[in-house]
Design a protein around this ligand. Structure first.
Ligand code: SAH
Length: 491
């Protein structure tokens, strides 16, 4: 699978800065299922071409797929089109090899990512449901599209063309970041054969990568359905959110989502190998090949989705940290006002920077305030909210202080709904790097089993007149739960 990107922008070698890959060197990135090699067949001041050669190992792809590898005819799992076709594997490789460019940053030439460049892209090959599909997907984005078809069998012209095409795209002036994002979303849509499990994380990814252009794309529904593998559970809410963002122009995205990258503690990002070997209920082998979305990001997205379904007007993020949930909440246009509170001044400063608070348009700026405060002390400012989130906060407090937090949140502030998440200690056995009795984060004062969390949450709910339901977060393993757990309280 070969992808090339060429430009005649002057000097053309700026492409190397933008892609964060030196034209003089061959660079190789490990990706799920194989390797991506990045090199430059030409790099002069007049014209520069960067190539990404995705070299998938068909045998490696089969490993870890367990029983399901046996589908189809015996050799099909080894002899198939996966190594040759632009697919979700290419998207993962793009996001890994060119993450800086995709996020629109360029350390050495900070102004470059914003520049519209003449660009030509060649992808050999794409699979498509019909010859007109590459055009239907890319032309509305301003590309000139050409496809080269291939006979199914050159010796049997009557059989017609295969479903494979070499795709040529040209654009007179577009940011490289946009081109990469379009390819990231649309190539797997053409191919329609994702190599990993599609869940809410994928829906959030589509909103993140497509939020700027997908709402106005004439094939929006087709793209969304195929991107999310026709899973109605995700397709319909995602379409609804895309459209809402569109109607409420300016508010949904004036906070650039691109600057956000997965963080979280190294332990939490580690893939739970042990779970895989235990043949976990869920298809962890597949999820291990997911483009890297940390557990923490999944958790935030799940909370954001729960909040979204409530359609609250005023939302609190208590212990908001660096503002990752705030960013997701700002993208929900139905929320009028969000208040983020944290005890740490440093965290709040980071949040203000990450959310570009100073540059926010006034209407958006009016939707958000950040305040310093402690959840252990009564605070009038927390009254009058429809929902409050405490994402991975309680375990940072000494158990003896939880009663004070309970009094402040459930006794005094009393939001209509409260979402509390905390690690699930039952799941810690799957983290190889955690020895017994240790926590996932050095600042954690405790980590509760599902039973301990349920006991606390039920008692809190009873004492303060809330209903409560407990929810597993992240990939769930039967009898163990997910890596994290959430209590959803409602008045
Ligand atoms: N909710 C954020 C941050 C989780 S880390 C996220 O999910 O990304 C825990 C946060 O709780 C830290 O930012 C810490 O400063 C904050 N915190 C700890 N004790 C607190 C207290 N007593 N009152 C308010 N915030 C507190």
């Amino acid at each position: 699978m070969l992808l090339t990107i060429s430009t005649t922008h002057q000097p053309a070698t700026d492409l190397g800065y933008l892609l964060h890959k030196n034209p003089a060197r061959l660079q190789t990135v490990e990706v799920s299922g194989g390797q991506a090699h990045v090199f430059y067949p030409e790099a002069t001041a007049e014209r520069c071409t960067a190539a990404l050669l995705l070299d998938l190992d068909p045998v490696g792809l089969v490993r870890g797929r367990g029983e399901r590898g046996g589908e189809g005819f015996a050799l099909e799992q080894y002899v198939n089109d996966r190594p040759y076709v632009a697919s979700s594997f290419l998207s993962v490789a793009l996001s890994k090899a060119f993450s800086t460019a995709m996020n629109g940053t360029c350390k050495d030439r900070p102004a470059l990512p914003a520049e519209a460049l003449p660009l030509a892209v060649k992808v050999a090959v794409v699979a498509a449901p019909g010859p007109d599909w590459p055009r239907r997907l890319f032309e509305p984005l301003g590309y000139q599209v050409e496809t080269e078809a291939y006979a199914l069998d050159p010796t049997q012209p009557a059989w017609g063309d295969s479903q494979y095409y070499t795709l040529h795209l040209r654009h007179d002036g577009l940011r490289l970041q946009d081109v990469l994002t379009h390819l990231y979303v649309l190539l797997p849509v053409l191919d329609n054969n994702k190599h990993y499990y599609v869940d809410q994380t994928e829906a959030e990814k589509l909103l993140h990568r497509g939020g700027d252009w997908l709402p106005r794309h004439p094939e929006r529904d087709f793209i969304t359905r195929r991107y999310l593998r026709y899973r109605a559970l995700y397709v319909n809410p995602t379409l609804a959110r895309l459209l809402e963002g569109e109607e409420d122009e300016g508010s949904a995205d004036s906070v650039s989502p691109r600057t956000e990258e997965a963080e979280g503690s190294p332990v939490e990002n580690a893939s739970p190998q042990a779970a895989e070997s235990k043949d976990a209920a869920h298809d962890l082998a597949e999820s291990a090949t997911l483009p890297k979305v940390s557990l923490h990001d999944q958790r935030l997205q799940q909370v954001a989705q729960e909040i979204y379904q409530l359609a609250p007007k005023r939302v609190l993020d208590l212990g908001c940290g660096e503002g990752k949930l705030l960013r997701l909440l700002l993208r929900q246009p139905k929320i009028d006002y969000i208040l983020g509170m944290d005890v740490s001044h440093q965290a709040l400063t980071r949040a203000a920077q990450r959310l570009h608070l100073a540059e926010m348009p006034p209407r958006q700026r009016a939707r958000l305030d950040l305040i310093q405060g402690s959840l252990l002390y009564k605070d009038e400012r927390l009254a009058g909210f429809d929902a409050a989130a405490l994402v991975e906060v309680i375990e940072h407090l000494d158990p003896s202080r939880l009663a004070a937090l309970e009094a402040v949140v459930f006794g005094q502030a009393r939001p209509g709904h409260v979402f509390v998440t905390t690690p699930n200690a039952d799941y810690n056995q799957f983290y190889d790097t955690l020895s017994a009795g240790t926590f996932r984060h050095t600042d954690h004062r405790f980590e509760w089993s599902r039973a301990e969390f349920a006991a606390w949450a039920t008692a809190v709910a009873e004492r303060h007149g809330y209903q409560v339901r407990l929810v597993a977060m992240g990939e769930e393993v039967e009898g163990v739960g997910g890596p994290s757990q959430m209590a959803v309280f409602g008045l």
